[in-house]
Design a protein around this ligand. Structure first.
Ligand SMILES: Nc1ncnc2c1ncn2[C@@H]1O[C@H](COP(=O)(O)OP(=O)(O)OP(=O)(O)O)[C@@H](O)[C@H]1O
Length: 246
């Protein structure tokens, strides 16, 4: 479903993403884990056609994300790390606008917006301007925008970063509901607790390099670390840092 073929990004002589090869299967929830600055956002921006790869390709449903970005966006819902909205549109109007941009009629977009506002607990806030939304409300509105066209794939950059526990749980429940409906989810995070609860498989990226991939049990076995994902993650990223230093 999502196919990375030696995808890379170089800024000057800095390798932000080293050739990345990876397959995410249809219906899978894949966690893209890494510490700050590891290359997660850069990778996701290449998936969304926002950044031009320095090498390789990433394909979604067989479509090249760089060469066919419009076709890719029809199939994908994207939540950026910091959702930015037109501040002086109301929540409902933003959803309506995104719905119409996806080609729905005014009535169809209105129906979908109303359903999503209710589903995301934003019914009352729907008539407020997005400029007045809290971060949690912005993330929920962003997720509603990402889902308005029933995409087969969700690409989410740090969906619960900065949220309080209730908002974080709300968003995770929405994601689990989407996963249950068979949506393929590619989610970047440095919050391991979320990855542990949500993901079928994870990939760990460190200094631009994919250093481990698999289910948590597989990665644990490979790294001979026991315990939580946090232990495994710290062990793997420490080892990778030592190898780079040598
Ligand atoms: N435009 C740019 N020019 C030069 N370096 C950049 C640019 N954008 C990102 N980088 C560098 O590339 C590396 C990867 O950044 P990226 O934002 O992809 O990391 P990340 O894993 O998403 O981190 P975080 O969790 O902190 O958001 C970082 O070292 C960053 O400083």
């Amino acid at each position: 479903m999502i196919e990375f073929q030696s995808l890379s990004k170089v800024y000057g002589d800095f390798h932000a993403v080293k050739p990345l090869s990876l397959t995410v299967r249809r219906g899978e929830v894949f966690g893209f884990l890494g510490p700050n600055g590891a290359g997660k956002t850069t990778t996701i921006r290449m998936m969304m056609g926002i950044l031009v790869p320095s090498g390789g390709h990433v394909l979604i449903d067989g479509l090249d994300c760089h060469a066919e970005p419009a076709e890719v966006k029809r199939r994908v819902g994207y939540l950026p790390d910091t959702p930015i909205f037109y501040d002086y549109l109301r929540g409902r109007e933003i959803l309506q606008f995104v719905g119409e941009m996806h080609g729905f009629s005014r009535a169809e977009a209105a129906g979908r917006s109303a359903r999503l506002l209710a589903e995301f607990g934003l019914q009352e806030a729907g008539e407020d301007y997005a400029v007045n939304y809290s971060l949690g409300m912005k993330k929920r509105l962003g997720l509603a925008c990402a889902l308005i066209h029933d995409p087969a794939v969700l690409i989410l950059d740090e969906p619960i970063n900065g949220l309080d526990p209730r908002a974080s749980r709300d968003v995770q429940e929405r994601l689990l509901a989407a996963a249950t409906r068979g949506v393929t989810i590619f989610v970047s995070t440095h919050l391991l607790d979320m990855a542990e609860k949500l993901c079928d498989r994870v990939g760990i990226i460190h200094r631009g390099e994919l250093v481990a991939t698999g289910t948590l049990d597989e990665i644990r076995a490979e790294s001979s670390a026991s315990g939580s994902l946090e232990d495994v993650f710290l062990k793997i990223t420490d080892e990778a840092a030592e190898e780079t230093a040598q």
